[in-house]
Design a protein around this ligand. Structure first.
Ligand SMILES: Cc1cc2nc3c(=O)[nH]c(=O)nc-3n(C[C@H](O)[C@H](O)[C@H](O)COP(=O)(O)OP(=O)(O)OC[C@H]3O[C@@H](n4cnc5c(N)ncnc54)[C@H](O)[C@@H]3O)c2cc1C
Length: 481
């Protein structure tokens, strides 16, 4: 049954993955592997295979030989041992949100954690343990009941695993830092099949590396986070007409660089979706806007938002008090699984007047209704750590920018990528150089190196200690020294 043509040697870069071929193991070996798995093993031809091979980005079209939906850490260990011993290209998938499709590989094995959603909140220590298969919404649901949250991203359908392993930025970044700044400990299955713990005290080099280094070091089966106060927030979207965009972007820049940490808003270009929640006269209009998420004192938050209301009356103002988890799920329905996604990103340190003009020129050309550009502020508490403190190496940047081409129609693929690339080429000279690895497609080794800067060499050394054969290589790959 399974199958011919071993991958001749370990592939070292994601670009080469397409060249790998189906894995070869004896039928008996495969059956023995299958019988030792508590979860589900899905292979080509199974009725659920077509659904199971899909990821969030509809542009990704890969055909793994087997997908194993693990039930527990023992299943993960069995998969790692099987993949390693049989030289099988192996991918790790948790939320399946990676836009480059790095949770999937062609003709290999996918270790899928989506059944592993165990969560335990500890009110005595203000911490939470969450298994690797949890989505942001799973964790928010568990914490919100107690008025708490772990800083994470802006859509509740994203996986906590790779979001955290890449850094993790979103509504609470200015108040409480990146997701990795609240990470206390992980359980991780290494390439040798051993389960170990990494924290500041145990395997500290590995703990440094996984805080930004992505899936390069092993399969993280659970995360232990500190939680923070985030019950009700003063948040939501606020929009202005595109004629005001240049002025509003400049005003926003000056404001957010000086705002107190508990004040958060990201800047966006967008097209108003033609859905009843928005006023009819704004439907399909290209606009600019802010999405707010202010924690703490309501009076202070209102005062901050009023600065904008007083400066230029917004065309739409949906900012109000709401539960944090309500804000987290607010945009989920607009971006369901299966849309076509192509994005390009950069870290931004300074947003000059000239850069604003370039942003506006390309932002005005949003190619489809779903396409957007977001500038997420990563100053405030994110700056409490320095570039070398964790693998995430752009602590001196003030924003993570992402240019996002999205559409339901696969025929629009080219249109999305052409717009994103042209926008990026024009704005990149104004950037800090590298990009947030979780906002990258497969863009080659040079781009990965630029994004880790001075931390790359240390990451490569740690990689050679914990994954000396580059078994975990379906990722933004750290190449061995
Ligand atoms: C719509 C959308 C919104 C987003 N918003 C944000 C945001 O607000 N903030 C933000 O920071 N990012 C955001 N992202 C980016 C997001 O962080 C990445 O897409 C990330 O890869 C998602 O994690 P996942 O677990 O769903 O990924 P998957 O697709 O499941 O995994 C992909 C990669 O992660 C590795 N990996 C996955 N699970 C594990 C694990 N348990 N152990 C080790 N390695 C693992 C794999 O090796 C692979 O390289 C967004 C993405 C999308 C598509």
């Amino acid at each position: 049954m399974i199958l011919s043509n071993l991958t001749p040697e370990y592939m070292s870069t994601p670009e080469l993955l397409e060249k790998s071929t189906s894995f070869q193991v004896e039928e008996a070996t495969f059956q023995s592997f299958k019988s030792s798995i508590r979860g589900q093993v899905i292979v080509k031809g199974d009725p659920s295979y077509e659904d199971e091979r899909k990821v969030y980005n509809g542009m990704i079209d890969r055909y793994p030989t087997a997908i194993v939906k693990c039930h527990n850490v023992a299943d993960v260990i069995t998969c790692v041992n099987f993949g390693r011993d049989n030289k099988i290209l192996t991918a790790i998938r948790s939320g399946g949100h990676n836009a480059g499709g790095l949770g999937l590989c062609d003709d290999g094995l996918v270790i899928d954690l989506s059944f592993m959603k165990g969560i335990r909140i500890d009110l005595k220590t203000d911490t939470i343990r969450a298994e690797g298969g949890c989505l942001l919404g799973d964790m928010d649901h568990a914490t919100q009941a107690f008025g708490k949250a772990v800083p994470s991203g802006i859509l509740s359908t994203t996986g906590i695993s790779d979001l955290t392993l890449g850094g993790g930025l979103g509504h609470l970044s200015r108040a409480y830092g990146l997701s990795i700044d609240s990470l206390l400990e992980v359980d991780i299955v290494l390439a040798n099949g051993k389960l170990i713990t990494a924290s500041e005290k145990e395997n500290a080099d590995l703990f440094w590396a996984i805080r930004g280094g992505g899936g390069n070091f092993g399969v993280v089966t659970s995360f232990h986070f500190k939680t923070h106060d985030a019950g009700m927030v003063y948040g939501g979207p606020m929009l202005w007409h595109i004629a005001d965009a240049e002025e509003m972007m400049g005003f926003y820049r000056n404001f957010i660089l000086k705002a107190p940490n508990e004040i958060y808003c990201y800047f966006a270009f967008l097209t108003v979706p033609p859905v009843p929640v928005f006023p009819d006269d704004l439907h399909l209009k290209k606009m600019c806007g802010l999405v707010w998420c202010n924690v703490g004192d309501l009076e202070k938050a209102t005062k901050a938002v009023n600065t904008f209301r007083d400066y230029k009356k917004p065309a739409l103002d949906y900012v109000s008090s709401m539960p944090y988890s309500g804000l987290q799920g607010m945009f989920d329905a607009l971006y369901p699984k299966g849309l076509q996604w192509y994005w390009k990103a950069d870290f931004i340190k300074e947003l000059s007047d000239e850069a604003i003009k370039v942003n506006l020129k390309h932002g005005l050309k949003l190619p489809t209704t779903h396409s957007t550009m977001h500038m997420y502020p990563i100053n405030g508490a994110c700056h409490d750590k320095k570039n070398a403190d964790t693998a995430f190496s752009y602590r001196d940047a003030n924003w993570a920018q992402v240019i996002v081409g999205v559409d339901p129609d696969p025929n629009n693929k080219e249109k999305l990528s052409t717009w994103a690339k042209e926008y990026w080429e024009a704005i990149h000279p104004f950037s800090a150089g590298g990009a947030y690895i979780n906002f990258m497609m497969e863009e080659g080794q040079e781009r990965v190196k630029t994004s880790y800067r001075d931390n790359y060499e240390k990451l490569a050394k740690i990689k050679s200690k914990y994954d000396p054969d580059n078994f975990f290589r379906v990722n933004q790959n750290i190449q061995l020294p």
